[in-house]
Ligand binder design. Structure first.
Ligand code: FE2
Length: 254
């Protein structure tokens, strides 16, 4: 894996043909002025949180399955275009430094059979619940079509419950995600049938060439097109000591 300079990130985010959706390499931690410079050079706005340019995730015990950021924001008004993940500190102990996953949501569609694709194109995913109590401004109560067109290209849009049976509960018309305190349902399907479909999707993704998995290490930088990719991570077996910093950029699509 090569070292990335600011210009590599700028070029990646400026490519309107989206020929690459994921950029991974090494970089020293970016300073605030460098994060700003990337925004200025690519015509992107940084979504700030509490006056900070980035959010720092320094411990977690729960798994975070495949999703794209911003979907729970009111009217999806804060869906970032690009995510910049910096792995600042990682444990040498694999148990507390679980695998990170990135998925090309356009490419993965070729792994789904046509019957499933046409089914998903017409059924909404319905999310209900209270979500994260620390973020009441983002109530987890929304719906969306799981196959959508972005810039004229079809992509899978999904918020998948865990593939780990211990982290989900089947309800009458949804699957309850214990991690996230939300119910995820599929329009017109029982909870049982929705669970089967989510499991099928999880298995397909796990086998797909569109999936990139890596063990985080300090100095790794991953820049991801959030409109075309999911990210996710496996659950740590012990409390994670990983320090991950995430910066979100919004760039108006042409
Ligand atoms: Fe996320």
């Amino acid at each position: 894996m090569k070292s990335l300079a600011i210009d590599d990130v700028v070029n990646f985010m400026s490519d309107n043909s989206f020929s690459k959706k994921i950029l991974i390499g090494y970089s020293s931690p970016l300073q605030d002025f460098e994060l700003q410079e990337i925004g200025t050079k690519t015509g992107s706005e940084i979504f700030e949180y509490g006056g900070e340019l980035s959010v720092r995730f320094d411990s977690f015990t729960k798994e975070n399955e495949f999703h794209f950021d911003g979907i729970s924001s009111p009217n999806h008004s804060r869906v970032p275009s690009f995510l910049l993940f910096e792995f600042i500190q990682c444990s040498l102990d694999k148990n507390s430094n679980p695998i990170f996953k990135l998925l090309d949501c356009e490419l993965v569609l070729s792994d789904l059979d046509n019957h499933l694709k046409s089914f998903l194109a017409t059924r909404k995913i319905i999310i209900k619940g209270h979500g994260n109590p620390a973020m009441p401004e983002f109530p987890a109560d929304f719906s969306f079509y799981p196959i959508q067109e972005v810039c004229g290209r079809k992509v899978l849009r999904m918020h998948l419950p865990s593939a780990n049976p211990g982290l989900v509960e089947i309800r009458e018309d949804s699957v309850y995600s214990l991690n996230e305190n939300i119910e995820i349902g599929i329009e017109g399907l029982s909870g049982c049938d929705a669970y089967e479909l989510f499991q099928e999707l999880n298995k397909t993704i796990e086998r797909s060439a569109a999936l990139i998995k890596f063990r985080p290490e300090p100095g790794l930088l991953a820049v991801v097109n959030n409109n075309f990719c999911f990210h996710g991570r496996e659950a740590p077996k012990s409390v994670s000591s990983r320090i991950l910093r995430r910066t979100q950029y919004f760039k108006r699509l042409r």
